[in-house]
Design a protein around this ligand. Structure first.
Ligand code: GLC
Length: 425
């Protein structure tokens, strides 16, 4: 009897030892993370996640996606609709939460201590029907970048209105083109994608033309101020901006700017740190200000951007995926990202962090800009935002390309958006 007991005990111990050996590697998960590739984000990602990998024993593999958020969204929607378990954690744009909410895990319970350290408005933008769909990792609000050396050289003042910007860009371009045929006055994002929605919303809003669809769901886009804003932008194409701007996204604009071939650029804060990098031709020669307005006294409008992390409900590695999302949204990772990528944190206290302020002065300087930034109408248009935005940027792109007048294109857009809306969004 006792022998039998000992035998069973020995067998149990042997099985336990075997399981321990087997379970160690099973516990270490490889998390697949998808993100668009802009700036130095892919390069920095390895450094960013290293402390988490070391602390948990898990690993992260980043699957880089196209830079365009519009293209990313289309791909993610396919994966999620198919219930794919290939991707565990998605990096999500601030505008996506209402459309993808059903595919992601509710993070409100696990983040109940972390979420209150973030700006409440950003947490709110990621909350759909009480569910915290994604955790913020950085926020975004664009700046007008300008060359301090060239403004001084031509005796040009920092422009406050779009009309002043047009004149300033033309003056500097006329002077610089004499020795540099590749030089342009103003670069921005004119490709037909979400980035054009952001640029055009800024022109429209700062001319008093509204926000495309208002927070009560009204389609407001067809009005004289919007027409004036688009006509003004159209006049830039081929004059102060290259014809090719109609194919530019963020990185193409930054490419022209950072090689020293533009006086002004509209871009997000990520371009600030890179512009001051050792390989940049404009290092130490530029600064930033808020985007111009339609007429003096109007409020400047910066479109609210930003990125988050969401855990797929189809992930078979939930625990590790959630732990990674919490880490990336937490203070350590946000600080690293702020310093290495000049991304604006979403954690309130990081705006008083001396290391961040010293490395990237744009960050404390930009707090009020992003707090006053204009949201795109993703909340009022619910699941239809992607279609609303694509109809908007297509109408704007057509206008900028000379394919129909601003007045005609906006009248057609208004009708289209009202059709899409039907009785209610
Ligand atoms: C930036 C913003 C994002 C926006 C995108 C448009 O990445 O953070 O919100 O949709 O630019 O190109």
């Amino acid at each position: 009897m006792s022998f039998g007991y000992r035998g069973r005990a020995m067998r149990t111990a042997a099985v336990a030892a075997m399981l321990a050996v087997v379970s160690a590697p099973v516990m270490a998960d490889e998390i697949f993370y998808v993100s668009g590739a802009v700036g130095n984000a892919v390069e920095n990602f390895k450094t960013l996640v290293k402390p988490w990998e070391e602390a948990t024993g898990h690993t992260v593999t980043m699957v880089p996606m196209p830079a365009s958020t519009t293209d990313q969204f289309a791909q993610y929607r396919l994966w999620l609709a198919a219930g794919s378990a290939d991707i565990d954690v998605y990096q999500t744009d601030v505008i996506w939460a209402p459309q993808l909410a059903d595919s992601f895990v509710d993070l409100s319970e696990v983040a109940k201590d972390l979420a209150p350290t973030h700006f409440p408005s950003i947490i709110e933008s990621q909350t759909v029907g009480g569910k915290l769909v994604a955790l913020p990792i950085f926020t975004d609000a664009p700046a007008l970048y300008y060359r301090t050396d060239l403004l001084e050289k031509y005796g040009v003042a920092v422009p406050k209105t779009w009309a002043e910007l047009t004149t300033a860009a033309q003056t500097i371009q006329d002077g610089e083109k004499a020795t540099n045929p590749d030089f342009w006055g103003f670069v921005w994002q004119g490709n037909s994608y979400e980035g054009l929605t952001c640029n055009a919303l800024e022109w429209v809003k700062s001319h008093g033309g509204g926000q495309i669809v208002e927070s009560d769901g009204t389609v407001s886009i067809n009005n004289p101020n919007t027409i004036a804003a688009l006509e003004q932008a159209k006049a830039w194409v081929g004059t102060i901006s290259p014809g090719g701007v109609l194919a530019y996204q963020e990185e193409e604009a930054r490419g022209v700017w950072q090689t020293g071939n533009a006086a002004f650029m509209r871009n997000w804060p990520y371009a600030y740190g890179l512009g001051n990098g050792d390989d940049s031709a404009v290092k130490g020669l530029f600064t930033v200000t808020t985007l111009p307005v339609g007429k003096e006294g109007d409020p400047s409008a910066a479109t609210l951007g930003g990125w988050n992390v969401a855990v797929s409900k189809y992930s078979t590695k939930q625990e590790a995926a959630i732990s990674l999302a919490m880490y990336l949204a937490g203070p350590e990772a946000q600080k690293q990202r702020a310093i290495a990528e000049s991304n604006l944190p979403t954690i309130v206290s990081l705006y008083d962090d001396a290391d961040i302020a010293a490395a990237q002065p744009i960050i404390p300087q930009w707090k009020d800009v992003f707090l006053n930034a204009v949201p795109r109408p993703s909340a009022p248009t619910l699941g239809k935002y992607a279609e609303v935005s694509s109809k908007f940027f297509n109408a704007v792109h057509a206008t900028l390309s000379g394919n129909g007048s601003a007045a005609d294109n906006l009248a057609a857009l208004e009708a289209d958006l009202n059709d899409l809306k039907g009785d209610a969004w």
